[in-house]
Structure formats: structure tokens, C-alpha cells
Design a protein around this ligand. Structure first.
Ligand SMILES: C[S@@+](CC[C@H](N)C(=O)[O-])C[C@H]1O[C@@H](n2cnc3c(N)ncnc32)[C@H](O)[C@@H]1O
Length: 316
């Protein structure tokens, strides 16, 4: 176990631009120490009052966190069969759809253990189509973040070019596993990149589910208002956020969540000082948003290179 308040970067990684923030938030972020754990070499924490970053697979990493420590989760697990993060133990790349869903449900059993009884999960899941036999997504070797080489395993029950419904398959499985499925939010992306499709509408949204551990849970209606100060609706217009490059060989994370989306979820279902968890932390967007909002955080990420990226961002 180590405590890191310094910045340990990965040469050549691309750091997404931090959003606007107050001077107080900026100064609270600076050299904010956190505990760093590695699955396999560190033991479980008895107590967690601050910030912790764990490198390793989500299921094992969650086992290092104490019961009931986190108030809310904001997370986007790897999508099924869209991206190859090239890390041993990653989910969503070579596994069958059923194993992918089961893997997340099993990890979420641990998430439930580490959540407070009135805790919640915001779960962003991407859908995809079964492939057309001729199409094989080819990866651009120069830009790791830009494309994938993943060819989805065949789904016996679906013909080619079918929308799979990954988010809802996962939602129903979580519901069966005991979670309360409370809401489906449509994250509409006004600036969505056009798709080269001519036989269906271009996709411009993703799904975010709100799940709760218990029937009653912490939800602050006043924390975020919709247009005209009305109560928040289920359709959220949030632009995807640009990445910056700082050199020719620079790479960043392929699936960064907009800071605006992470902030909104955190504000609604946590209070200052609470712990916000992301078990698939990627570039650390949830953790940075939590830090800016005066929350503590627990982040888990499998790929050590992304853990380095998170270190750089939380210490920026
Ligand atoms: C969609 S990305 C998350 C992006 C994140 N929301 C952000 O804004 O940067 C999913 C992440 O899960 C990680 N991952 C894949 N398999 C994992 C596992 N078994 N345990 C923990 N993390 C895993 C991938 O390396 C990837 O960074």
C-alpha cells in the first residue's frame, strides 16, 4: 500500500481537459493524497475515510474495500465487444455476452456490499449490433484510443445486424440479482459523431440506469434541476467532451465519460464528504468530478497505464 499525493505520469498519455471549476475546488484538488492499493499484493482496508485507487480486476479489488463505505457509484463498465483495452482480465472483449453480463452481476454483488444501505448506482452501458459478416472493425495501430479490432462473438439467437439490447439485458439481470431498477436515463449527445449508416437512424444516445440497494435511498431532487428550474426529467442533453493531444505519439482513453454527466449523478445521490465509487474507472472522470464536488472517492481500474493516467489527472 502506498499514499500518493504526487503526480506520476505515463509518458505519452493524453490528459482530457478539466472542466471549469472554482478556485476553492481547484485548491482542494491539489496534492490531495490518496491510498494506492494493488490487487495481489495489498490486503483489505478495515476503514476508508478518504480516497483510494486500486489497480486490479473489479471483483478482487472490491474485496479490498470495507462494507458500507460508498454512498454512490458512477460507472461505465467496458462495453461488450466494442473495445480492446489490451489488458489481461478485461471484460467485454473476448467473453460471450452471457459471461459479460454474469461478470458484471457478480462484481455488483460486491458493489452492493460496499454501498451504504441507502446507496445507489448510476450505470452507463453502451449498446451494439451483431456484426454483418463482412465487417470487421479494424484497429488503427497509431491511435490506440481511436478504434478497435474486436469482432463480437456470434450470438446464436440473433441474426447479423441486430441491435443486441446490451443495456437492458444487463439491467434485467441486475434486477433479478436483487437490485432496484429505478430509472432509465437517456443521455442524448447533441454533438454525437455521425455514423456511416443509411438503413437506420444514426445513434445519438447512450443509456444510464439508476439502481438502488434498498427500496428507499438518498436522492436529492433539489441538487440538479432541469430546464426552467423544473424537476429533472429522464432525457439529459450532454455533449461529449473533447480530448486534447499533447504530442504526436499521445494516446488517451477511448471511452471517456463527460465530466458534466459524472458531476450531475454525484450531486443527486451523494453529499459532501461521502465516498463515490467507480469500479471501472478508466481515465478517472468520476473520481475527478467527485473530488471537485468535495466528495471522497474509491477508484478501481484494471490497466496500470490507465491507473497512471488517473494519478496524473487527480493530481493535476
Ligand atoms: C468504459 S471504460 C471507463 C471510462 C471512464 N468512465 C472514464 O470516463 O474514463 C472501462 C474501463 O474498465 C477497465 N476494465 C476492463 N475490465 C476490467 C475489470 N475486470 N476490472 C476493472 N476494470 C476493468 C478498462 O481498462 C477501461 O478503462
Amino acid at each position: 500500500m502506498s499514499s500518493r499525493g504526487d503526480s506520476e505520469g505515463t509518458e505519452g498519455r493524453q490528459i482530457p481537459v478539466p472542466g471549469p471549476e472554482s478556485a476553492a475546488a481547484a485548491s482542494s484538488r491539489k496534492s490531495d493524497p490518496h491510498t494506492h492499493l494493488n490487487v495481489g499484493s495489498d490486503g483489505p482496508l478495515n476503514d476508508l475515510n478518504g480516497k483510494v485507487l486500486v489497480c486490479g480486476p473489479a471483483i478482487e479489488a472490491l474485496g479490498l474495500l470495507p462494507d458500507g463505505c460508498a454512498q454512490t457509484v458512477v460507472t461505465s463498465p467496458p462495453s461488450w465487444s466494442l473495445q480492446d483495452h489490451e489488458a489481461g482480465g478485461q471484460i467485454g472483449c473476448d467473453d460471450a455476452l452471457e459471461s459479460y453480463v454474469r461478470g458484471i452481476v457478480v462484481a455488483f454483488d460486491e458493489v452492493r456490499r460496499v454501498l451504504t444501505d441507502d446507496g445507489t448506482v448510476w450505470l452507463n452501458v453502451v449498446d451494439s449490433h451483431t456484426p454483418d459478416d463482412h465487417r470487421y472493425r479494424v484497429r488503427d495501430r497509431k491511435i490506440r484510443a481511436g478504434a478497435t479490432s474486436v469482432h463480437p462473438p456470434a450470438l446464436a439467437e440473433l441474426k447479423p445486424r441486430n441491435l443486441i439490447g446490451v443495456p437492458w439485458r444487463l439491467a434485467f439481470a441486475l434486477q433479478s440479482a436483487g437490485w432496484w431498477l429505478r430509472s432509465e436515463v437517456i443521455w442524448h449527445k447533441p454533438n454525437a459523431r455521425p455514423e456511416s449508416v443509411t438503413d437506420r437512424p444514426m445513434k445519438s444516445h447512450e443509456t444510464v440506469f439508476l439502481l438502488s440497494k434498498s427500496q428507499n435511498y438518498h436522492y436529492d431532487t433539489a441538487a440538479v434541476k432541469g430546464p426552467n428550474e423544473r424537476r429533472l426529467r429522464t432525457m439529459w442533453d450532454i455533449n461529449t467532451e473533447p480530448r486534447i493531444k499533447s504530442g504526436s505519439s499521445v494516446e488517451d482513453h477511448p471511452a471517456i465519460m463527460p465530466m458534466t454527466l459524472a458531476r450531475r449523478c454525484i450531486q443527486i445521490t451523494s453529499r459532501p464528504g461521502d465516498i463515490v465509487l467507480d469500479p471501472y474507472a478508466g481515465s478517472g472522470t468520476t473520481l475527478i468530478a467527485a473530488q471537485e464536488l468535495g466528495r471522497n472517492w474509491a477508484g478501481i481500474e484494471l490497466d496500470p497505464a490507465y491507473v497512471d493516467l488517473i494519478e496524473r489527472r487527480v493530481n493535476a
